[in-house]
Design a protein around this ligand. Structure first.
Ligand code: NAD
Length: 369
């Protein structure tokens, strides 16, 4: 299998966690005899320092020619006084727009070993494994007209969706549900909003093409409660842009740390993969960053851009094992717990590498029998 991966490590802890994620991808390539190439490219604050632009043309062109883009994070306090379109974060927004992905995937998983890290009780989070599919290019964030009339002291935005926009993201959600536990929850506000009524009617109609998937609809307000009460009831959750923005952050609480959350944006010209967290300038360069969000993001690259499901699952299993063995970066360590072993970013990366190698060895041994 050949895969050209553009690596946009960015700023702060971005390069630290991306380095560990790339090492894991290199290991998968070596074990499986795959041909993965990695092209490092500039984005964010480091790109401003070196080229004057947060997204240099060379980065954009090379990203568009790759099979997948793996980002770290962007953002550096020294650029805080610049106007928004000149700051590192502008590079991120520009590359997201240029790659054109409309389906943002965010898993929310309760790792048994981290059950004490979530503010929710373990018996609530136990068994939760949710995949959010958030529509990313439509709805209130992009709808026209939009304006703030300061004189009239009035502002407005427009929540708008076409049937075609709903169909394309809903198909992705149904297909993902088919590969998981075959349950899809579509979230809307159809009791109040016409745009949600179109959303619900379209998703209901599409469900006929996926008879093996059980579809349910939830209103966004009750969904916000159900997610915190019985998260294990959900498998794939499909939402429009604004509702997904809010609910996927809420569901991050189930996992218990920002450093653990991966994401993928698919459906456009090239898929974009990035951990959910930012550049964390407060811990950058100290070896304290949790690389697991980035490593789990690498697993998503294999699943969604290379169809290497077994390898993606092996990475996720390796992460679960390392956590179960008690290894913790500072963000997920709980004070005074003697069974935990505090590790640095690179140590955590090595532990996952080791667990992955063991699991792949076992798989190969089973094939040989
Ligand atoms: P942040 O996600 O960088 O950090 C929030 C808190 O979580 C910090 O205390 C940080 O130390 C901690 N944290 C984050 N990731 C961690 C990890 N992997 N391991 C351990 N701890 C981790 O958010 P912020 O502080 O609001 O923003 C910092 C900069 O990042 C800003 O410039 C912001 O614009 C940018 N940002 C970028 C992205 C992105 O690139 N996708 C996302 C969010 C914020």
């Amino acid at each position: 299998m050949k895969l050209k991966i553009a690596i946009l490590a960015g700023d702060g802890i971005g390069p630290e966690v991306t380095h560990e994620a790339v090492n894991i991808l290199k290991a998968v390539a070596e074990f499986g005899g795959h041909d993965f190439t990695f092209t490092p490219l500039l984005v964010g604050g480091i790109a401003i320092d070196k080229t004057g632009s947060p997204l240099p043309t060379a980065t954009l062109e090379a990203a568009l020619e790759s099979d997948a883009v793996l980002m770290g994070a962007v953002g550096d306090n020294k650029f805080n006084s610049l106007p928004p379109d000149k700051r590192p974060e502008a590079g991120l927004l520009q590359i997201r727009a240029a790659l054109g992905g409309y389906a943002n995937l965010r898993p929310s998983i309760a790792y048994p070993a981290l059950s004490g890290n979530s503010p929710l009780r373990p018996e609530v989070t136990d068994g939760a494994d949710i995949l959010f599919v958030r529509e990313l290019l439509g709805g209130l964030y992009f709808g026209q007209p939009r304006a703030w009339d300061k004189e009239a002291q009035r502002a407005h935005n427009t929540m708008v969706y076409t049937r075609a926009e709903v169909v394309r993201v809903a198909r992705i959600a149904f297909e993902l549900a088919q590969k998981r536990r075959k349950k899809l929850t579509s979230v809307d506000k159809a009791n109040v909003l016409e745009v949600s009524q179109l959303w619900r009617a379209t998703v209901t109609e599409l469900a006929k093409d996926y008879p093996d998937v059980t579809l349910e609809h939830q209103l966004v307000d009750s969904m916000a409660m159900h997610l915190m009460n019985i998260p294990r009831n959900f498998d794939v959750v499909l939402t429009e842009n604004l509702f997904g923005d809010i609910l996927s952050d809420e569901a991050g609480v189930i996992t218990g740390s920002l450093g653990m959350l991966p994401s993928a944006t698919i459906g456009g010209k090239v898929n974009l993969y990035e951990p959910v967290h930012g550049s964390a300038p407060d811990i950058a360069g100290q070896g304290k960053a949790n690389p697991l969000g980035a490593i789990l993001t690498a697993a998503m690259v294999l699943r969604h851009s290379a169809n290497l499901e077994q390898d993606a699952a092996a990475i996720e299993k390796a992460v679960t094992k390392v956590l179960a063995d008690g290894h913790r970066t500072a963000d997920i360590a709980r004070g005074g717990n003697a069974s935990q072993h505090l590790v640095s970013t690179t140590e955590m990366g090595k532990l996952v590498h080791q667990a992955l190698a063991e699991s792949i060895d076992q798989r190969q041994a089973m094939h040989a029998v």
